[in-house]
Design a binder for this molecule. Structure first.
Ligand code: BJ8
Length: 422
């Protein structure tokens, strides 16, 4: 503990504020996670990772930096981890899911900005995120207006690089995306002094695909009736996938999946067979935003799929592994990332098809569409998703909320009423 405090001081964290955050986080985790009955043994790994999320993992990053490796922070699943790994750098997600430093954040971005943006800015301004402070470069991206303008403010506080993300999927925009992927490659090479080789890129494509394959396996297994694992545990797994070492993470998730298979073979579930099954769809839930799954799972339902970037949007598609030259591999990477159905795209009809397909595959009784307050892209798509699901005769409840706990009771009442009618 003492050595961690030294490490946090060296990272220039506000030690007192950081202690406060860890305390709240620990309590929250105890209430939401440790209170669950019949959890799989493999979840102990996730509990350990989370308990050490500001400790051991940060120590690993510090040690990696001492060996000359670079740390890259990201806020969006559009940043190709394959390239980051190919220069032997480490990629970490910086999206934040807690109300912290909000007042400070509101001095540089408007109040009507979504909680996710205010949170990552607040974490930086309050000096409580050791990941942000460890980064050699932070990658922003021109997705929603809120984020792209916030990066202008954030760039005054941290080393930033912004990728241009297309908003449509025509040939001209695909060419733009390829140019941006190449520009990112050059930036990484400049930062690390390394040149990406075909061999390194092939290996990193496999590493990231393996991580996605493990998560796909998990998502396929949890579709069993009764579902073998809680939604909040799977959300945690998805959240940890943005912080942990990718190879270690993949191995742990595959071990967990082996245990899930045993559980399914015995027809055991984490909840009784008749428990209503729900999908959460919409905005990403960054760690420690466990509010909605907890509400759902204490209202007599279980979450069996997350249609979100901290969920299937990030794991559904793989990069084609048959490419041999760097040029072919870059094309394969570009193609895979252009399949992302973020609400920042217009039109974005693939998302509707993907939601209907996932609802069917995971045998849900209903969908909760989740938008963060002031998130224009996802709140707009609420209407379209509702219509598409109505056509497929799947009931939907639309929820708009933020990170505060003030509306928990009110949300619980709405979720309970929804669970009763489905
Ligand atoms: S690819 S979803 S990770 S942009 S909630 S900040 S959209 S106002 S997070 Fe996202 Fe990339 Fe898209 Fe995925 Fe803006 Fe909405 Fe806030 Fe959001």
């Amino acid at each position: 503990k003492a050595s961690y405090t030294d490490m946090w001081e060296n990272l220039n964290l506000d030690i007192e504020a950081h202690e406060g955050l860890l305390e709240v986080l620990g309590k929250f985790y105890g209430d939401i996670y440790m209170s669950q009955q019949g959890r799989l043994q493999g979840m102990e790994y996730l509990d350990f990772v989370l308990s050490e999320v500001h400790g051991l993992r940060i120590q690993e990053l510090v040690e990696a930096k001492e060996q000359g490796r670079k740390i890259i922070g990201t806020f969006c699943v559009f940043v190709p981890e394959e390239l980051t790994l190919a220069v032997d750098a480490i990629q970490v997600g910086l999206c934040a899911g807690a109300d912290a430093g909000t007042e400070a954040a509101e001095t540089v971005v408007p109040r009507n900005t979504c909680a996710l943006i205010k949170s990552f800015i607040g974490f930086k301004m309050a000096k409580i995120c050791p990941y942000t402070e460890s980064c050699d470069l932070i990658i922003g991206e021109t997705t929603c207006d809120g984020k792209k303008k916030a990066y202008e403010a954030f760039g005054e506080m941290a080393p930033m690089y912004v990728m241009e993300i297309p908003q449509r999927k025509e040939a001209s925009e695909r060419a733009l995306w390829k140019a941006e992927v190449m520009r990112y490659k050059e930036e990484l090479e400049k930062l690390t002094g390394k040149t990406i080789t075909a061999e390194a890129l092939k290996k990193s494509i496999k590493t990231v695909n393996d991580k996605r394959r493990a998560l796909q396996r998990l998502n396929t297994l949890r579709a069993a009736v009764p579902t073998p694992i809680s939604g909040r545990d799977v959300l945690l797994i998805n959240q940890v996938s943005f912080y942990d070492d990718p190879i270690r993470f993949t191995n742990s998730i595959n071990t967990l999946c082996d245990q899930i298979e045993e559980r399914i073979a015995k027809n055991e579930g984490i909840v009784p067979e008749k428990t209503p099954r729900l999908m959460l769809a919409g905005c990403p839930m960054a760690v420690p935003n466990w509010k909605l799954p907890y509400i759902v799972e204490s209202s007599g339902a279980v979450v069996v799929s997350e249609e979100s970037c901290i969920g299937t949007r990030n794991t559904r598609d793989l990069v084609d592994e048959s490419a041999e030259t760097i040029e072919e591999m870059i094309d394969a990477i570009c193609e895979r990332y252009m399949k992302i159905d973020c609400a920042c795209f217009t039109p974005n009809d693939e998302r509707l098809e993907n939601i209907k397909k996932l609802a069917e595959e995971t045998k849900v009784d209903g969908v909760i569409h989740y938008s963060l307050m002031f998130c224009q892209p996802y709140t707009h798509e609420t209407f379209k998703v509702e219509k598409a699901l109505a056509d497929a005769e799947v009931p939907m409840l639309a929820i708009e909320t933020d990170y505060s706990m003030e509306d928990v009771e009110q949300l619980k009442t709405r979720v309970e009423a929804f669970v009763e009618i489905i």
